[in-house]
Design a protein around this ligand. Structure first.
Ligand SMILES: Cc1cc2nc3c(=O)[nH]c(=O)nc-3n(C[C@H](O)[C@H](O)[C@H](O)COP(=O)(O)OP(=O)(O)OC[C@H]3O[C@@H](n4cnc5c(N)ncnc54)[C@H](O)[C@@H]3O)c2cc1C
Length: 520
């Protein structure tokens, strides 16, 4: 059995040298956990890493081997997985590990070709409604920071991290407290995953959109593609992400059980990276070991029972135009593995309560709410720019409520920005809470209200505004047998890792429905 070692080290001390000198009895070790504590850095306290190692000391000690899965007998029909985002792909991976091939249907292009479509959108405003920042192999996470941190508690998180490493992620992904892959690495990893799936006899159909779920009474029996082709299966995994608005409408028509869900909307805040680094890491900010600084801010307004929080922080990243519809603007963020652009950005969002804030109690009210904001942003862009650029104002202008005559500071966004009073895009409660939230954040992280910081709008697709209701144990739709609502679009995930975990759970559920696995 490996022995555990736990200790702290100043951030600039080499682990390998330290272990050799301090624990000469260790023959070999693996890092199990590494987390940075830089909380005291702004006051001059040296940041430290907390380490946990598994180490081999005695001759007979060995590290456990990789998990092996028994090959199970084939199913009567190939499971259909709609969507090749992390949810869909990890569902296919886990099924394939048990020897069960699946058919993955993806409306967008493969990961290696997505950039061609997206570059046209960012540069010329030509949106491809089928392949864009949210649609295509790798899903919404392909042009992301590739943060893999998750708040969910599941023993499948470790499995997902190890799979990422097996498909080419840096080994640290499995043990650092805040793993991230960056958009450049995640793109190659996703391609490795799909190549492996094809080697396991899975089929991935790109540029193929599912328009209908086929039913026989309360049972799902397959799917119909936009070409009219029908494909039948006993198991249909719906992993279409939170932007697949057309499918939500179809699900409502065929009476799949759904309910409105709370979500959040707001802006992207962008600061110079060096500035955030110095706020967070003080005099240590220039040390290469420290990397680009992160922050996470949140405040709950107890009078209105509403949360304001930062989300999806991208240190050394880029603000992206990430819409999926021609008449709407949506922003999001990404970074590369090195996190070395001159800017750092994050979403700053305000919670939207379905029951309280939406105009109707209809299932599509949340989608309509998002859409209205996205459309207003697009109309502004058409009026003051070309429809491609993103509306923005400085933090100072937002806080004072007045646009000044100065040009906007430079931005990371490849789509460009234009000056506008972004407050007109949002309902009053969003503006008011963003203003209060910014004040609170400035006292938690003094200097956060940086006058030349930018607020770029609107960040509307933080999560799905609906839940597709499923059985807690079997994960099958509450209304339709054979349908497995999966991942973020179904309301069961909020990021790459949790969507991947949910995909694995759906795979296990399919196997258990077939009586091939007893424990899920
Ligand atoms: C720019 C950006 C940056 C992000 N950064 C991060 C980050 O750093 N860390 C993090 O954890 N999360 C991040 N996220 C969120 C994360 O990407 C999602 O939570 C995650 O991808 C959800 O996975 P999913 O598989 O449930 O859905 P998705 O990734 O949305 O995948 C759904 C797939 O289904 C396909 N599809 C939709 N409709 C159909 C149809 N009718 N027929 C066939 N295919 C269809 C889509 O094309 C898409 O590929 C980011 C998101 C964006 C947009």
């Amino acid at each position: 059995m490996p022995k555990k070692y736990q200790f702290e080290l100043p951030f600039d001390v080499d682990l390998e040298k330290f272990v050799k000198k301090t624990y000469p009895e260790i023959r070999e070790y693996r890092t199990v956990s590494k987390s940075l504590d830089a909380r005291g850095a702004p006051r001059g306290k040296k940041p430290i890493y907390h380490y946990i190692l598994d180490a081999l000391v005695r001759e007979e000690d060995k590290f456990p081997g990789a998990q092996q899965f028994p090959k199970l007998k084939g199913l009567k029909t190939k499971p259909i997985i709609i969507g090749a985002g992390p949810g869909g792909l990890f569902c296919a991976v886990r099924l394939a590990e048990y020897g069960i091939p699946s058919l993955v249907i993806e409306r967008g292009d493969d990961a290696s070709k997505r950039m061609l479509h997206i570059a046209k959108f960012w540069r010329y405003g030509e949106l491809d409604p089928e392949t864009n920042v949210c649609y295509g192999e790798g899903g919404a996470g392909l042009f992301s920071d590739g943060k893999l941190i998750t708040r969910i508690k599941s023993n499948l998180v470790g499995y997902v991290m190890e799979k990422f490493v097996a498909f080419g992620a840096p080994p640290e992904t499995a043990y650092v407290s805040n793993p991230h892959l960056g958009s450049n690495k995640i793109r190659t990893i996703i391609t490795q995953i799909s190549n492996w799936l094809r080697d396991q006899n899975c089929e991935i159909r790109y540029n193929t959109r599912v328009d209908k779920i086929l039913t026989d009474g309360p049972k799902v029996i397959g799917v119909e593609l936009s070409s009219g082709e029908k494909i039948y299966s006993d198991h249909v995994v719906l992993a279409t992400g939170h932007s697949a608005q057309d499918l939500y409408h179809h699900l409502e028509e065929i009476q799949v059980a759904m309910k409105p869900k709370d979500f959040a909307v707001g802006v992207r805040v962008e600061h110079p990276r060096r500035y955030i680094d110095s706020l967070q890491h003080g005099s240590f900010c220039a040390a290469p070991e420290m990397g680009s600084a992160r922050y996470r801010l949140s405040w709950h307004d107890k009078w209105t029972d509403r949360g304001v929080y930062s989300f999806c922080m991208c240190p050394g990243g880029y603000v992206l135009s990430s819409g999926t519809e021609k008449n709407g603007i949506v922003v999001n963020g990404m970074s590369n593995y090195a996190r070395n652009s001159p800017w750092s950005n994050a979403a700053l969002v305000v919670s939207v309560k379905a029951e309280r804030d939406l105009k109707s109690s209809g299932l599509m009210a949340g989608l309509n709410f998002q859409h209205e904001i996205e459309q207003k942003a697009f109309e502004l862009s058409k009026k003051y720019a070309t429809g491609r650029e993103l509306p923005a104002m400085t933090i100072k202008e937002f806080m004072t409520g007045k646009l000044d005559d100065k040009p906007l500071p430079k931005t990371s966004s490849p789509s460009g920005i234009f000056k506008a009073d972004i407050r007109q895009i949002f309902p009053d409660f969003v503006v008011e809470h963003l203003r209060k939230g910014l004040k609170e954040f400035d006292s938690d992280l003094p200097g956060f209200i940086y006058e030349e910081g930018l607020l770029i709008a609107p960040e509307t697709r933080t999560s799905a505004p609906l839940t597709i209701i499923r059985d807690k144990k079997t994960l099958i739709s509450a209304s339709h047998q054979g349908l497995y609502p999966c991942g973020e679009g179904a309301g069961y995930a909020g990021g790459i890792t949790s969507a991947a975990v949910d995909g694995v759970k759906c795979a296990l559920s399919i196997l258990s429905q077939e009586g091939l696995l007893t424990e899920v």
